[in-house]
Ligand binder design. Structure first.
Ligand SMILES: NC(=O)c1ccc[n+]([C@@H]2O[C@H](COP(=O)([O-])OP(=O)(O)OC[C@H]3O[C@@H](n4cnc5c(N)ncnc54)[C@H](OP(=O)(O)O)[C@@H]3O)[C@@H](O)[C@H]2O)c1
Length: 267
């Protein structure tokens, strides 16, 4: 007896911002039969399904929890499916100094922004056929060290480098990995990022909307690119970070944010 092999897309952080836009785009792809939408809050996922339709399968889980990801891997092994797209989008930032976060909060960001991305890739890749896509959301923050957003930008630098090298390692399986590096996007990220720190990111240059970033990311992934950058401004910063010394790039950043590292407060 032959079983039907379901073709699915998995999107993490699907209930809000950029992830929600990826759900919208996947919904219109006929080859995708189910969209597994992952986030922590069930109520927001239920709302998403109501708005986007029954293709959406809500899965409530905390991706900073390793055991939960292992259980997700077990669930995959019990089904007949192919993962055509894995979009590792869930992540968060804190705009502050290293000293504003305790050990628990610092490591939780690493657990989600890095651990969640790596672990989801490892449990999903065995179910990804040739021609499938692994899309990891990094950030413009990955291009250079960013004081007072140090931990976040460092997690995103990891995601960018890891994804591009993974793309090479996945050549033999015919899977394409793409690191998406957006600049500032109008989403709920800022609700969690702004903790009222004395020295923090408060100037958001050239902000865009999540629909544009998601559309460009999928187009770049489908073209087989290992990195996706939306907007002239972010491209300019990307090139600048390649050409100029990092000390100078950090100085530009501090000046743009009007932060004086030698003073006790923001300027
Ligand atoms: N907004 C920007 O300016 C910007 C710029 C560059 C890159 N990015 C990146 O884009 C990605 C999406 O962020 P966004 O701007 O769309 O933020 P957002 O609107 O805050 O959305 C974050 C999503 O992730 C989910 N999430 C948060 N913590 C989670 C956890 N522990 N486990 C599972 N799901 C979790 C949230 O749902 P629950 O709260 O229900 O879990 C939500 O669905 C992030 O990786 C972010 O770093 C954002």
């Amino acid at each position: 007896m032959r079983y039907h092999v379901k073709k699915i897309a998995i999107i993490t952080g699907a209930s809000s911002g950029l992830g929600r836009e990826f759900v919208k785009l996947m919904k219109d792809r006929n080859e995708i039969e189910e969209i597994w939408a992952i986030a922590r809050h069930q109520d927001k996922l239920d709302k998403l399904r109501k708005q986007m339709g029954t293709k959406v399968k809500p899965i409530s889980m905390d991706l900073s929890n390793r055991t939960r990801i292992e259980q997700f891997g077990m669930m995959l092994s019990e089904q007949q499916l192919e993962i055509r797209y894995l979009i590792n989008n869930a992540g968060y930032a804190k705009f502050c100094s290293y000293s504003d976060l305790n050990v628990e909060d610092s490591l939780n960001m690493i657990d989600l922004n890095i651990g969640g991305v790596v672990a989801m890739g490892l449990v999903c890749i065995p179910y990804m056929p040739r021609g499938s896509h692994l899309i990891n959301i990094a950030s413009q923050a990955a291009f250079q060290p960013l004081p007072y957003q140090n931990l976040y930008s460092s997690t995103k630098a990891f995601v960018r480098n890891y994804t591009r090298a993974l793309n090479v390692e996945l050549k033999d399986r015919g899977i394409i990995a793409t690191a998406v590096c957006p600049g500032w996007i109008k989403t709920h990220l800022y609700d969690r990022a702004d903790i009222g720190a004395a020295k923090a990111t408060r100037r958001f240059c050239s902000m865009t909307t999540p629909d544009k970033v998601a559309k460009k990311a999928l187009a770049d992934a489908d073209r087989g690119k290992d990195i996706s950058i939306y907007s002239f401004y972010v491209n300019f910063c990307h090139i600048g970070a390649k050409l100029l010394p990092q000390q100078l790039m950090m100085r530009f950043w501090l000046r743009q944010q009007r932060i004086n590292p030698y003073s006790q407060t923001d300027q």
